[in-house]
Design a protein around this ligand. Sequence first.
Ligand SMILES: *[C@@H]1O[C@H](CO)[C@@H](O)[C@H](O)[C@H]1NC(C)=O
Ligand SMILES: *[C@@H]1O[C@H](CO)[C@@H](O)[C@H](O)[C@H]1NC(C)=O
Ligand SMILES: *[C@@H]1O[C@H](CO)[C@@H](O)[C@H](O)[C@H]1NC(C)=O
Ligand SMILES: *[C@@H]1O[C@H](CO)[C@@H](O)[C@H](O)[C@H]1NC(C)=O
Ligand SMILES: *[C@@H]1O[C@H](CO)[C@@H](O)[C@H](O)[C@H]1NC(C)=O
Length: 452
Amino acid sequence: MKIITRENFSDICRPVFSTTVYTTMTWLLKAWAVIFLLEWTLVSGLVRNSGQYLQNTLVLDPDTLITDEVGEKEFRHEVNPDVNLTALELIEKYGYPAESHTVTTKDGYILTLHRIPHGKNASSGPRPVAFVQHGFFSSSVDWLFNRVDKAIPYMLADRGYDVWLGNARGNTYSRRHVKLSPEKSKFWQFSYDEMGLYDLPAVIDYVLNTTKQPDMYYIGHSMGAGMFFVCMSSYPEYNHKIRFMAAMGPAVYLNNMRGPARYLAPLASLEKVILDLLGHGEILPEYIVKYINTYAPEFCTPEMKLQELCENFVFLLAGFDPAQTNTTELPVILAHTPTTSSTKTLIHFLQAISSGKFRKYDFGSFRNKFIYGQWTPPKYDLSKVKVPVALYHAPNDMLVDTKDVARLAKDLPNLVGSYEVNLTQFNHIDFIYAIDVDVLVNKPLLELMTKY
Ligand SMILES: *[C@@H]1O[C@H](CO)[C@@H](O)[C@H](O)[C@H]1NC(C)=O
Ligand SMILES: *[C@@H]1O[C@H](CO)[C@@H](O)[C@H](O)[C@H]1NC(C)=O
Ligand SMILES: *[C@@H]1O[C@H](CO)[C@@H](O)[C@H](O)[C@H]1NC(C)=O
Ligand SMILES: *[C@@H]1O[C@H](CO)[C@@H](O)[C@H](O)[C@H]1NC(C)=O
Ligand SMILES: *[C@@H]1O[C@H](CO)[C@@H](O)[C@H](O)[C@H]1NC(C)=O
C-alpha cells in the first residue's frame, strides 16, 4: 500500500478509463472547441449583416486588390506602423519619458514594470504613484494603444502622477525566472492566486521603495482587480500601502457571465482534460501567439474586408460594441494581444464561473485536504480589504456581469462607489480601448482620485 502524497497523487489516482478512450475524447473536445469558435464568429456576423456578411467579407473587393510587378494579384493594405513597437517604444514615440524596471518575486519570477515618471512638459521629481495593472491575456502594452489624450497612463502622467504599468507572470514581458525555463511546464504552475500572493507584494514594495512614496493609487482591469483582492485579503498589512483603488470590470465573482466562455465552465471539473487539451503549461504556446500577432494585423486593417471577422472574434468574447472600436487601432491590438499565460489561470477562472465563489484554486477534494487542510478551497476574505475601492462596470460586459459586480460591492467594507458606465454598448475591453473611454471612465476616475 502506497502513501498518497502531493507529488505522486496524479500517478496513483489516474482516471480509470483507458488511454485510447482518453486520447479520443481529448481530440473530440479539440474539434468541438474549434467548430464552436468558428461558428460563433460567423453566426454573430451573419445575424448582424442580414446575409450580406459573406459577400462583404470573404469575396474580395476589386478595390482591395492590386497587381504587383510579376502580375500577381495581391492585397493592398497599409499596416499601422505601431504594430511592431514594444511598450517602451510606444511611450517614447508619443513623446513621454519611459523606463523599464525588473522585479524578482519571492518564488523567483522576474517581472518587467514599465514606468512613465512624469508628463510631457513636466520635470522629474517626487509625485504620487499610480500603478496600473492589466487583465488576463493582456500586458502593459494594451494600455498604450489608445490616443494619448484618451489612454489612462498618459492621462495620469499629464495630471502629475508617476505612472507604473505592471506585467503579471507569464505574459510577454514577464517570461523569466531565476531557475525555471518557460519551455518547461513547471514554470506555468500558477494562477491569479500566485499573481496576488507573490507578484503584487514584490511590485508594490519595489515601486514604493524606488519612489520613496508612502503609498500608491492602484487601477486594475479585470484580473488586475481580482489579483489585488487576493493580495489585500491575504496580506492585510498591505492595505495601508494603497491610498485608493479603482477596479474596472473586476474579475472576482463570475457566475453570471453571459458570453460563450460560460459554456466552457462545466469543463472546470474535468481539469485533467483541459490540461491535456491546452497543455500543462502555457495556455497558448508562444508560437501560436506569435502567429496570431503576426498575421491577424495584416487581415484586420480597415482596408481589408476581413476586418469584420476580426471584430466579431473580439466582440464574441467581450461584448458587442463596434461604435467604440477604433478600426485603425485594431491591427495594433491584435499584434500584441492575446499574450501568453498559464492554463491554470484559465481553469481557476472556470472554477469561479461554476462555483460562484471567490476562493483559492480547487485541486479536487483530496488534494485540497492535503494542501489547504480542508475539502473545499478556502475563500478569500474580502472583509479584510480596507482600501477605499471604486468599482466601474460596463452594461454590456459579457464576462463580468453587473450582478456579479453588485455582489462584490456588498462584500467590500470600504466601498467608495460602484459606477455603471453611461453607455449601453460599453463592453469589458472598452475600459482599455474604447474611443470614448476618456469621457466615460477616465476623467470621472481622475476627478475621484484627487479626493484621496
Ligand atoms: C513589422 O515587422 C515585420 C517582420 O519583421 C515586417 O515584415 C513588417 O514590415 C513590419 N511592419 C511595419 C509596419 O513596420
Ligand atoms: C506641452 O507643451 C506644449 C508646448 O508648450 C503644448 O502645446 C502642449 O499642450 C503641452 N502638453 C501638455 C500635456 O501639457
Ligand atoms: C530599497 O532600496 C534600497 C536602495 O535604495 C535597497 O538597498 C533595499 O534593499 C530596497 N528594499 C527593498 C525591500 O526592495
Ligand atoms: C448619460 O448619457 C446621456 C447621453 O449621452 C446623457 O444625456 C445623460 O445625461 C448621461 N447621464 C449621466 C448620469 O451622466
Ligand atoms: C483612431 O486611432 C488612430 C490611430 O491611433 C487615431 O489617429 C484616431 O484619432 C483614432 N480615432 C478616434 C476617433 O479616436
